[in-house]
Design a protein around this ligand. Structure first.
Ligand SMILES: Nc1ncnc2c1ncn2[C@@H]1O[C@H](COP(=O)(O)OP(=O)(O)OP(=O)(O)O)[C@@H](O)[C@H]1O
Ligand SMILES: [Mg+2]
Length: 260
């Protein structure tokens, strides 16, 4: 089977004033085509570092990452990125922010325009094509960021706490939106979150990372049937998985001096 993402024994150290800081320690993970994998773990355990390395935004100190057997050493159109902060161009309209992502595409101007409008509609922003980011709420900005990451049809979507800054209600709506969009496009997703419920609701598999240096502490597949929605979070299966993951996180926190 082909492996869209193969993380093989990746370590990462940063040089700091206090010396070398080991953030990831021989971290390995394979993600299957179309799979939705979430990574959870305590603050500072190396989740964003991991995602940036997969995104080609940071080099690994050792180990390799391949995407469809190609070694990753820079960003590429095969991977879309959505961060917690909205990272939109404030001086461009919604439509132009999304069109910007198609700058390098070989599509005609007309095709780019129609694809952009299609994705604006998919994320529920019809009518806001010509609005500027400062006119949008946090949830709406994040919809633009999702549309922008998906419009050039990357095979892989890398999401770093994309809903972390949103209130609970908006967050729930965004999770359902992401599920719908993912079910339609079947993009392979690597998703970082602090929120255990969010990880279970969205994922085929949840990875719990140890505290720094980040390693895999627990891997849990989520076989709850799809399509899922907010009601899924009250099912017995869901609650059982949640308990297991929370227990694993609790153990990790207890074992880590300075985290309590
Ligand atoms: N460029 C850098 N230089 C030095 N240290 C760094 C750098 N980037 C990250 N770190 C350190 O590496 C560790 C992991 O950071 P990272 O951002 O990956 O954590 P995280 O798991 O994403 O945390 P959070 O949940 O708070 O977002 C932290 O201790 C951080 O201070
Ligand atoms: Mg982070």
């Amino acid at each position: 089977m082909s492996k869209p993402i193969a993380i093989d024994s990746v370590s990462k150290s940063f040089a700091t004033k206090e010396g070398s800081l080991l953030v990831l320690d021989k971290f390995s993970l394979n993600v299957a085509p179309g799979e939705f994998v979430s990574v959870i773990g305590s603050s500072g355990c190396g989740k964003s570092t991991l995602l940036k390395i997969v995104g080609g935004l940071l080099p690994a100190t050792s180990g390799t990452i391949t995407v469809n057997d190609n070694i990753i050493d820079r960003p590429g159109l095969d991977r879309g990125f959505v961060f917690q902060s909205y990272s939109l161009f404030e001086w461009l309209t919604v439509k132009k922010n999304i069109l910007f992502a198609l700058k390098k595409s070989r599509l005609s101007g007309k095709e780019k325009e129609s694809l952009t409008l299609q994705f604006i509609e998919e994320v529920g922003l019809k009518g806001f094509e010509n609005a500027y980011p400062q006119e949008l709420s946090g949830g709406m900005k994040q919809r633009v960021a999702i549309a922008r990451a998906l419009v050039y049809k990357p095979e892989i979507l890398l999401m770093d706490e994309p809903f972390g800054a949103l209130d609970a209600q908006t967050r729930g709506m965004m999770q359902e939106l992401l599920l719908r969009v993912w079910e339609k496009h079947k993009t392979t997703v690597l998703f970082i979150t602090h929120d255990v419920e969010e990880a279970i609701l969205l994922s085929d598999r949840v990875i719990v990372m140890s505290s720094r240096p980040g390693r895999i502490k627990l891997e849990r597949s989520v076989t709850i049937s799809r399509p899922r929605n907010y009601e899924t979070t009250t099912s017995n299966d869901f609650v059982a998985i949640k308990r297991e993951l929370l227990e694993s996180i609790r153990q990790e926190t207890m074992q880590t001096p300075g985290l309590l």
